[in-house]
Design a protein around this ligand. Structure first.
Ligand code: ADP
Ligand code: MG
Length: 355
């Protein structure tokens, strides 16, 4: 989707997004702290693209996706979808924006009401947001069932009568009912049998092409994201570690965390696979209620430097479209000069060049 100047349009713009969950304790249920599930995250998604969002379980991917769609009251930050601010929009404004943005959930079993028929599940958003007649509504429901490859004859059946893959198709049809532009797919295939995962991914890709959809595709499966995403964002402990076009990220990861994550993914090329060296990170992921000072990855980073324990790196564009939050790449001379990071950085870059 290009505009007149041939630059893709940003459909989703996220800036300084924070989503903290309060922690209460004691008999008085006093607030004693926050789980910083998403902590100062900024990125954008171009119209018509798929941005993959990866990272270990608990790093804040789902919270990020939900916060963007305002399924939570966000702690701070700006989210614009199609030019409209949503993070702080009032109820009525939000209601008007709802059709533009939808979500496909991980577990179709849990997200579909077991007491509703397929037709009523898919038709529910139409009841809430349109004034279609009964007949028009049924036509639209059939059309949606066709689009996702569900047999119209099953419109009056209940979710439990379907397989996992078919249930996910019901969830997708429902998400499409109001002609959204942007869909957050939160691990949409993680709960499905491997044999049907590809079918659902293919369906999502087909629909994207046909309907010009924009996806935030959340997954912990880096091989799957490599297949489906145009650009990939890597999250660690509530923050963005790296974001880059897919090829650059998989071929030349910059952040030590991304390097470690990718080192665990088997390479389809047998020669490369035989050379693959697994980077095992030491220690556990710290608690998002009490993240480390400085860089949040400093407690586990194989390339940690002194500065990393005290100064938080900024999320910077270090090559065209390639963003990384790491002191090895920071342009800020004040940071780099402070504790000899620039020396370490030179060394690292030289090593990189020799390799
Ligand atoms: N509603 C909630 N209340 C309190 N903490 C939450 C809530 N939802 C998620 N969290 C916490 O926020 C962090 C990020 O969770 P989540 O976004 O689900 O991660 P992911 O999707 O990457 O596995 C975790 O530590 C999780 O326990
Ligand atoms: Mg999740």
């Amino acid at each position: 989707m290009l505009d007149a100047s041939n630059t893709p349009r940003k459909l989703v713009e996220v800036s300084g997004l924070k989503m903290y969950f309060p922690i209460h304790a004691g008999v008085l249920r006093r607030k004693v702290g926050d789980v910083k599930a998403v902590d100062n995250v900024s990125f954008h998604i171009f119209e018509g693209e798929t941005l993959g969002l990866v990272g270990e379980s608990g790093c804040g991917k789902s919270t990020c996706g939900r916060a963007i769609l305002r399924l939570y009251e966000v702690t701070d930050g700006i989210v614009k979808i199609d030019g409209k601010e949503i993070a702080k929009a009032d109820r009525e404004a939000l209601r008007k924006m709802r059709p533009t943005m939808q979500m496909v959930f991980q577990d179709p079993q849990a997200s579909l009401n077991p007491r509703m028929t397929v037709a009523s599940i898919i038709g529910e958003p139409l009841d809430e947001h349109t004034k279609l007649s009964k007949k028009e509504k049924l036509e639209r429901i059939y059309e949606l069932m066709d689009q996702v490859g569900l047999n119209r004859a099953f419109a009056n059946r209940y979710p439990h009568e379907f397989s996992g893959g078919q249930r996910q198709r019901i969830g997708i049809a429902r998400a499409l009912a109001l002609n959204p532009k942007f869909i957050v797919c939160d691990e949409p295939i993680a709960a499905l049998d491997v044999s049907i995962q590809a079918q659902v991914v293919n369906l999502l890709e087909e629909l994207q092409e046909r309907l010009g959809l924009t996806y935030l595709f959340i997954s912990h499966d880096l091989s799957m994201v490599r297949h489906i995403a145009d650009r990939v964002a890597v999250m660690y402990l509530g923050q963005m570690a790296e974001l880059a076009p897919r090829e650059a990220l998989y071929a030349r990861p910059k952040h030590p965390y991304t390097e470690a994550l990718l080192s665990a993914v088997p390479d389809p090329d047998p020669t490369l696979e035989s050379e693959r060296e697994r980077i095992i990170l030491k220690g556990d992921v710290p608690s998002p209620a009490n993240p480390p000072k400085g860089c949040n990855f400093c407690t586990r980073c194989p390339k940690v430097m002194e500065i990393c324990h005290s100064v938080e790196p900024t999320f910077e564009e270090v090559a065209p479209g390639h963003y990384v939050a790491c002191h090895l790449y920071q342009s800020n001379s004040q940071n780099a000069g402070a504790t000899g990071a620039s020396e370490a950085r030179k060394e690292h870059i030289q090593q990189g060049e020799e390799a």
